[in-house]
Design a protein around this ligand. Sequence first.
Ligand code: SF4
Length: 484
Amino acid sequence: MRGIKCPKSLYLNKHKRRLGIESDAYSAQAMAIFDQGTNVGELATQLFPGGVDCTLESYYDFQKAVEQTQQEIENGATVIYEAAFQFEGVLAAVDILVKDEDGWKAYEVKSSTSVSDTYRMDGTLQYYVITKSGIDLKDFSITYINNQYSRNGAIDVHQLFVSESIIADINTRIVGLPNQINLFKKILLQDAIPEKEIGVHCNSPYGCDFAGHCWKNIPNYSVFNISGLHETKKFELYNTGAITFDQIPKDFNLSDNKWMQVDCELENKIVIDKASIQDFLSELKYPLYYLDFETIGPAVPIFDNTRPYRQYVFQYSLHTQNTKGGEVIHKEYLAETDGTDPRINFCKQLIQECGTSGDVLVYNIGFERGKLDDLCTVFPEYAKDLKCIINRLKDLATPFQKKWYYTPEMRGKYSIKNVLPALVPHLSYSDLEIQEGGTASNVFAQMASGNFDGDIETARKNLIDYCKLDTLAMVEILAVLYKL
Ligand code: SF4
C-alpha cells in the first residue's frame, strides 16, 4: 500500500526509516486514533470468539507469527486472530481467519464506517498472499463500524459491526498484482532512493511519515498554506516555481479572498471593515452569554442512545456579561465519569444558566447549533428550552470569516486559535496542559470508558481550564472589536 502511494516512501520505510516521523512525535490525537483502532480490533474478535491469537510479538518478528499460524492450522484451529502468511517475500496478516462448513473465510477489521478503495486494494494483497500460501479462501470481507448502531445496554458486536464481502472486487484487482509486487521488489533492491517529487500523493489517502524529509525545503508558511485552495491548485502554483508568497505569478488565477491573504502577508497589512463590524456589534443583545461546547464521538459508543462517531456534548464553558464591557461571570459544566449519560445534567444546567433573554454568542455557530439540535431529538423533554437557546445564538466568527477584520497573523484562517493570537496576544493556549479540542475529547473519552491512567482530578482541572479559555477568548475578542 505504501508503494502504491509512493515508491519513494516504500524505499525509505525499508532502508531509511530514521528519516520518518519518530513514533513519539505522533500527536495525542493520532495516538488516540491508533488506540481506537486497537480497541475496535479487539472488540471485533468477539464476532468469532474463542480463537487463537497469532499477533506479532514485535513488529519485526514476522517469521514467528507465520510459523505459529501454520502450526495452529495444522492443530485444527478454526478461528485465528492476526493470522500471518508469507509468500515470496510478501507478508500479510489478516485480523480474523475463520473456518466454517464452507471453508476458510477472512475478515479484515477497520474502524471506519465504509469500505474505501485503499481497503479493497489492501484486501486484494492479503487474499493473494493467503491463497498463494496454500489456504483455499472462500471469501474475504472487510468488517467495519455500522454508524447507525445505537447503543442500548452492553455493546452488541453483531449490531456494531457490518461485514462486506469484497471477493468480486478482489478477482478484478488481483490480475495486475504480481507485476506490481515485482516492480516494488525491484525498487526495494535499488542502491539509490527513487526519484519522486512531492505531490498530492503526499497527503492522500493519508499523510506520509517522510514529509519532514521530502518537504524540508518548503517553509512553514508557503503557497501550501493558502487557505481554501484546493490541493491540486496548490501544486499547480508550486509547479510555476512559486514556494513563498512573493514568488506567486501576478496573473495566477486566485480568488479575491486568497489574493487578500497573499497581499496582506507581503505588505504586512491589516484589513478592517469598521462599518460591517459596527453593524454586527449593534445587533448584539445583552445580557450576553459566551458559550462553548466540548464533545466526544468515540468509535465504540460509551453511553446508551449514542451512535459510533456521532459527536455529543460532555462539557461547556459559559461567561456571562449583563452590560457591554461589564463584569464577566464564569460558569461551567463538566460531566462526571461515573457511567451516567453526560448529556442529561448538561441540558438541565445549560437551560438554567443561559436564562431566557439576551444573545448566546458562540464561535462557529454550526457546531453548537448542531449539538443543541441533537439534544432536542434525543431528549424531547428539554427541546422547548433548548430551542429557545438555539434561537438566541449569534456567531462571533462572522467578522473574521467574512474578513471584516484580517491580519497577516491569521494566516488566511478564522478559527479562534488563529484569531486570538492576532487580536489578544497576551492570552494564549500554549501554557495549558490541554491545548486543543481533540485532546480534550480523548481525555474525557478515556476517563468515561475507564481507560484513563493519569490523575483524574488533574485531568478534570485541565479540561476546565481549556474550555474556560475558549469563552474567555471570545470575551476578549469582542472587547477588541468594540475598541475599534
Ligand atoms: S513525502 Fe511525498 S514524496 Fe516523500 S516519500 Fe512521502 S509520499 Fe513520497
